[in-house]
Design a binder for this molecule. Structure first.
Ligand SMILES: NC(=O)c1ccc[n+]([C@@H]2O[C@H](COP(=O)([O-])OP(=O)(O)OC[C@H]3O[C@@H](n4cnc5c(N)ncnc54)[C@H](O)[C@@H]3O)[C@@H](O)[C@H]2O)c1
Ligand SMILES: O=P(O)(O)OC[C@@H](O)[C@@H](O)[C@H](O)[C@H](O)CO
Length: 395
């Protein structure tokens, strides 16, 4: 039997990145999703196309050898597939991990194959596989946990490729940037050995890679999105074309770079080169990436370990500068009541109903005694005051 991968989330990064590279590595990919339209299309087509767009033109790859199952209606089939698979990946969003865990737990529990299943969550979050593992373990009988290692091995990953929302009528086809990076922990696989996926860069220590990615790519991306939306820009490329916003993004990246260089002992020149690559990537005019997609889910993005508070907290602990990151936090707080974004409505509600300090705790998870806390409270207070004066944030 050939190699089989189960991938949860047939969305943009699922089809355009994870499945593409699993396919290239020779896996049959079984997509699992809960959206009828995605499942139906995947079931009714034999191939779709991934087109890389860059200044150098376009390159198209055809993805084949996949199936699809709706986990909402066919949970038992998903469990059976997992029980005989080689690898499980997901790209569903960090808040969805708890919903896919029970079915993965059941699939792992009935495995009898000699090789453990490799589980790799591909989300923009620090320790996403650990989080998924925690949920899987909480749905596993405590006696069975003792032998879990024989049935599954878990590795964290950092995943980087910009996949904008796709134009209407694209079907399953995905337009995507050329650049990609997929870094995964090697050590969890021990003597069994890691899966054979040539696109993956296997490393012993993931933290420098995931922090460098999240605090450079996603911090700058979100800064451009929130400042951009405030200035009435539609896309990230348009925002980055604005010299003021571009300058702000550079200033924010100076702060996160100082942390990355200090904490992970990455050479200053190497980090500067990385920053230039990222600025060029997010400015790519060939990617129509909306400020709403990149700013989506502001509550998640304001979280304790996330792209703004994560680096700002660590900089504050080290006595280093973080005030430009506070500017990004302020703009993120103004991302309220955005169409189709539930978290942006929840953000507005939290800001309306709580004192600045309570809202800061609720939104960021920062400890009241943390050296960053009082600065964030001031920013929250500022945005709340604007809303009191005008009935809405200044936008
Ligand atoms: N788009 C990018 O540029 C990019 C790049 C790197 C990482 N990521 C990360 O990848 C993840 C997915 O992002 P995306 O842009 O592909 O989002 P997306 O919305 O295009 O895809 C998410 C998919 O998950 C599916 N899903 C939701 N609940 C599910 C469930 N219970 N079971 C199975 N499937 C479910 C959705 O129906 C959707 O098809 C996020 O964590 C994101 O941060 C995105
Ligand atoms: O996916 P999110 O919501 O965490 O962040 C939005 C974008 O910054 C993100 O999807 C990037 O495009 C991606 O992380 C690039 O690798």
């Amino acid at each position: 039997m050939g190699k089989k991968a189960i991938h949860f989330g047939g969305g943009n990064i699922g089809r355009g990145f994870v499945a593409e590279f699993l396919h290239t590595a020779g896996y049959e990919v079984v997509f699992i999703d809960v959206m009828d339209n995605i499942i139906n299309e995947l079931q009714n087509t034999k191939s779709y196309q991934v087109t890389e767009v860059s200044e150098g033109g376009e390159t198209t790859k055809t993805i084949t050898n996949y199936r699809a199952i709706n986990s909402k209606t066919h949970e038992q089939d998903v469990i059976q597939e997992i029980s005989t698979a080689d690898i499980v990946t997901c790209a569903v969003g960090p808040n969805i991990l708890k919903f896919i865990a029970p079915v993965i737990a059941k699939g792992i529990d009935i495995r009898s194959t000699p090789k453990p299943l490799a589980v790799i969550a591909c989300e923009n979050a620090i320790g996403a596989t650990d989080t998924l593992r925690g949920h899987i373990e909480s749905h596993t009988d405590s006696e069975r946990l003792k032998t879990m290692g024989e049935r599954a091995q878990y590795a964290n990953s950092a995943i980087d490729r910009i996949v904008p929302a796709q134009p209407p009528n694209s079907g399953l086809n995905v337009r995507i940037e050329k650049f990609y990076e997929w870094v995964v922990e090697k050590s969890p696989f021990g003597s069994v050995g890691h899966p054979d996926v040539p696109a993956i860069h296997w490393v012993d220590h993931l933290e420098p890679y995931i922090e460098r990615k999240l605090f450079t790519v996603n911090t700058s991306h979100a800064t451009a999105a929130y400042y951009g939306r405030y200035a009435g820009k539609k896309t990230i490329a348009e925002a980055m074309h604005d010299s003021y916003i571009r300058g702000v993004v550079r200033d924010v990246l100076k702060e996160t770079s100082s942390l990355i260089i200090d904490k992970h002992e990455i050479e200053a020149q190497e980090q500067q080169d990385y920053v230039e690559t990222i600025i060029a990537r997010i400015s790519n005019p060939y990617l129509e990436d909306s400020v709403e997609r990149v700013g989506r889910a502001p509550l998640r993005k304001l979280g304790r370990k996330e792209r703004f508070i994560g680096p700002a907290a660590q900089l504050a602990e080290r006595g280093m500068k973080y005030d430009c990151l506070l500017g990004s936090v302020e703009m993120a707080l103004r991302f309220q009541n955005v169409k189709d974004d539930e978290e942006s409505a929840e953000l507005a509600k939290i800001l309306k109903e709580n004192s600045p300090a309570d809202a800061t705790v609720q939104l960021t998870g920062l400890e009241r005694t943390h050296p960053l806390f009082s600065s964030v409270v001031k920013v929250v207070d500022q945005v709340q005051s604007e809303a009191k004066e005008t009935g809405q944030p200044r936008i």
